[in-house]
Design a protein around this ligand. Sequence first.
Ligand SMILES: C[S@@+](CC[C@H](N)C(=O)[O-])C[C@H]1O[C@@H](n2cnc3c(N)ncnc32)[C@H](O)[C@@H]1O
Length: 395
Amino acid sequence: MALENIKEFINEFTQSLNKETFVKMTLGNYRGTDEHLQKLLVRFVETKKGMRLFFLYRYNTRDTAKNFDFAESVKIIGELLGKDFFSGHLFTIENDFQLDIGKKGKSRLNAAKPTFKEKPTLEHNREKQILVNPKSFYLKALGITTDRGEVRDKQQDKWKQINKFVEILGSLFDKSELKDRKELKIVDMGSGKGYLTFAAYDYFKNTRKIDVKITGVDTKEQLVAVGNDIAKASEFDGLQFVHGFIGDFDLQNADVLIALHACNTATDDAIFKGITAKADLIVVAPCCHQEIRPQIKSPEFLRGILRHGVMLEREAETLTDGLRALLLQKSGYSTKLFEFIATEHTPKNNMIVGTRHERKVDVEKIDGQIQTIKDFYGIKGQRLENLLSGSEACV
Ligand SMILES: C[S@@+](CC[C@H](N)C(=O)[O-])C[C@H]1O[C@@H](n2cnc3c(N)ncnc32)[C@H](O)[C@@H]1O
């Protein structure tokens, strides 16, 4: 009985692919040998080689992904059902099918009215003139959008952040010396899941038609692996993620360096790498300003204010990012410090932008300003300053 229902389920799956009525499939109730695997999600992806199916293996702490052609997909699903996964949910625009395989060979296959009346929209039906296309495959794979290309409720803040970031990056590019470039090299330090890395790649490559190469760097190996899987499935040939520390990354040259919410002094490591590689644009949105706060010795007349933790926190953030901007200026960059996105979307909202120039810099004057600030607050050391002076190494 179980075998018959599995066969019938596979048959419906195969037909839905042949008739192009397939929407998506989920395998659950995992009882295989991998204690962390939970689910398998299968969706369409359009590649240069034609339509494929994208398999997202969902683990409790991470995801991995791969795409297969239809014949391979049917074979794999046939091998997994009844052996590793004991439930399957197939969505087509004609019917939903729910397969449940119980113990002792018992099973149930139910057909129901379709949840989805339309086929999912694919990435390649690209609308022009919008900065980030919500139908893009990578947004689905990263969990920002649904199969229908609608932004998930829980991801609205991230979505706003992605759009704002692309808008800012595009505008900075247009105002910089890079504006006529047909080739561009970007490095994203502390790329995490790669939301902004993918969006930046998609924007420059597909909207601006620039031959862009982007490398995302992160210490989290799993995020790097999934990022590379999704980049491959999206056919983003010039996008790669590498595993490692920012300080260890051999940045030979880069036109643009970005570091968004790279934790604490990782932002300083990233800025330092950008300065030494002579990147034309350095764009960072710092977070978790932990270095300066414990060093602050409140001046007598500010004690009544800075005794409140929240005020001290803000002061530490202001001083840290202010010093970073001054150090960028000292290193030959004109700087801007502004609010990246309103605080209701994320509390980490400062953005520091440095644009490289060849003009003479009054180093002494800036050094004087930095020293006055440090003396006033009793600050002994700041990571970026130490890296630039050579008193700390970037590892
Ligand atoms: C808050 S997440 C931000 C991810 C991404 N940039 C974004 O804005 O969505 C910070 C990421 O920086 C990475 N990270 C922190 N310190 C790092 C370091 N020294 N080298 C490389 N990656 C680092 C973390 O692993 C994490 O994935």
